[in-house]
Write a protein that binds this ligand. Structure first.
Ligand code: ADP
Ligand code: MG
Length: 228
């Protein structure tokens, strides 16, 4: 078994003006995610899901504990190292899609590779390839507002895949979609995990997801309840 994510006793305590001890959003998370799995992370609002995802993506710093992601010990890395690592190895997907409204589907993907520092030809090829993977080749020149919510989320997925990310972290990616589109997207995610040999950790509180993922984990008050 190879682990893509491994955390031990991970804490994230936010500082607070009213509470001198701070707000403990994560209170000792032990999490193992196997390579090639599609895992849902559930839990009520405020249970720490976004905090955990941000810590795993290197967008936020845990207060204490261990976090090994794709073989990297995040606790030992500087902010600059985390930023570079994230650009090169992690795919991020958000509820609100996070697409730039003035750019076409193709340009939204290509921009990410430009920021990463890729040369024109490889980034052009990769952007086209990713649009093909998500079935949107014909929509390459369309802007986000000309597409449905499901299509926009596919563009966001194409962008997340563009850097050849082995791990996709998605925070409520179906939160703004109706149930039919949610089902289509979840089917697509499951196929993507299997065909591209990637690992996906998806935050969701939609009961629908249980049928599509390999494993469901639940966060409660900053701790994972049902991990075995
Ligand atoms: P979820 O995504 O499950 O809704 P969050 O990770 O956003 O949960 O929040 C977990 C807890 O941490 C909540 O009590 C929230 O109010 C608190 N929290 C989140 N972000 C911050 C922050 N930047 N500063 C202080 N408290 C925060
Ligand atoms: Mg959240």
């Amino acid at each position: 078994m190879s682990l893509v994510i491994e955390t031990k006793d991970l804490w994230r305590v936010y500082s607070s003006r009213t509470n001198t001890n701070g707000i403990p959003a994560l209170r000792g998370v032990d999490l193992n995610v196997e390579a090639g799995s599609f895992v849902a992370l559930k839990g009520r609002s405020g249970s720490g899901k976004t905090t955990l995802l941000n810590c795993l993506a290197g967008l936020d710093k845990p207060t204490s504990g261990e976090a090994i992601v794709l073989g990297h010990d995040l606790m030992q890395m500087s902010d600059d190292e985390l930023t570079r690592w994230r650009r090169e190895q992690i795919g991020l997907v958000f509820q609100s899609f996070g697409l730039l409204p003035t750019l076409s589907a193709y340009e939204n993907i290509e921009l990410l590779l430009r920021i990463k520092g890729d040369e024109y030809e490889p980034r052009h090829q990769r952007a086209l390839e990713c649009l093909e993977i998500v079935g949107l080749s014909r929509w390459r020149d369309h802007r986000p507002y000309e597409m449905s919510g499901g299509q926009q989320q596919r563009v966001a997925i194409a962008r997340a895949l563009a850097n050849h990310a082995q791990l996709i972290l998605a925070d409520e990616p179906t939160g703004e979609l109706d149930s039919k589109t949610t089902r289509e997207l979840l089917t697509f995610f499951r196929e993507l995990v299997e065909s591209q040999h990637i690992t996906m950790l998806m935050v969701s509180h939609d009961p629908l997801v249980d049928q599509y993922v390999h494993q469901v984990l639940t966060l409660k008050d900053g701790v994972i309840e049902n991990h075995n």
